[in-house]
Write a protein that binds this ligand. Structure first.
Ligand SMILES: *[C@@H]1O[C@H](CO)[C@@H](O)[C@H](O)[C@H]1NC(C)=O
Length: 248
């Protein structure tokens, strides 16, 4: 029993020890992603967040969540103070972000496994926003106003297998969007997620490459509960993956 207690105690100490010092409005604690999750809620600005994390230098951060903080524009210099962190997952959710400089994530890209930009006001995804994030497995930007994704935006990302673009304003996608990416690991039973439901898909010749890609990659999941990926032909709607018999 004594040794059991000792193991438990050292476990607790190692949990506590792995959280770096942070100031309010940020707090640090364990989560499903690991022992070090930092949540910064209702900061006055991005600057207040990075100031609150100033003494976290060098720490391994399983996940950093910044939420309910006014950040209309995100630039490279905003994330530069986080360069020394080993940041594995970054969530910038519900901050009113409308513009993201194409190099904004450059300071943190190298270690990132997941980037979540859900519930903001983004209208466009630049070609170089996430490319080069070699480790990135998951990219989420649901609930924005994204109407344009530049060609190659997710190209040559070896680990990427989860993209959430649901609840946006997309009508088409460029043909080299996923070139060299989004490959299914050989023998893997894990489905790939490419949520494109609740957009305004215009299923014409320009989008046919994508619809055919979905037909040829049956494991890819495009819908969520209550969120369907549909072509809108005005008089009728059709699942985005289906062959359109009347238009072929
Ligand atoms: C950083 O550490 C210094 C020295 O311990 C302390 O005075 C300062 O308040 C800390 N700042 C933050 C943001 O934690």
């Amino acid at each position: 029993m004594a040794s059991y207690g000792f193991v438990l105690l050292s476990l607790v100490i190692s949990f506590v020890a792995s959280c770096p010092p942070v100031k309010p409005p940020c707090i640090c604690g364990p989560s499903e992603h690991g022992p070090v999750q930092i949540v910064c809620n209702r900061a006055k600005s991005m600057k207040e967040v990075t100031d609150a994390l100033a003494n976290a230098t060098g720490a391994v951060i399983d996940r950093l969540v910044i939420t309910n903080t006014p950040i209309r524009t995100l630039e490279r210099r905003d994330l530069e103070p986080l360069t020394s962190l080993m940041l594995q997952r970054l969530a910038l959710v519900n901050n009113g972000i409308e513009n993201v400089a194409s190099d904004a994530f450059a300071p943190v890209k190298s270690n990132l496994l997941a980037l979540d930009l859900s519930d903001n006001g983004l209208t466009k995804i630049d070609a170089s926003l996430v490319t080069g994030a070699e480790q990135l497995i998951s990219f989420a930007a649901q609930g924005n106003r994204i109407a344009v994704i530049e060609d190659g935006a997710f190209a040559n990302m070896k680990s990427l297998c989860y993209i959430d673009l649901s609840f946006n304003r997309l009508s088409t996608l460029p043909e080299n969007l996923l070139s060299g990416s989004f490959k299914r690991a050989p023998g893997s039973a894990v489905p790939r997620m490419l949520y494109v439901c609740e957009n305004s898909w215009k299923c014409d010749a320009k989008l046919e490459w994508f619809r055919e890609y979905l037909r040829n990659n049956a494991d890819i999941i495009v819908d969520k509960p209550g969120c369907l990926s549909l072509c809108d032909f005005g008089t009728y709607r059709l699942p985005i993956r289906d062959r359109d018999l009347t238009h072929n």
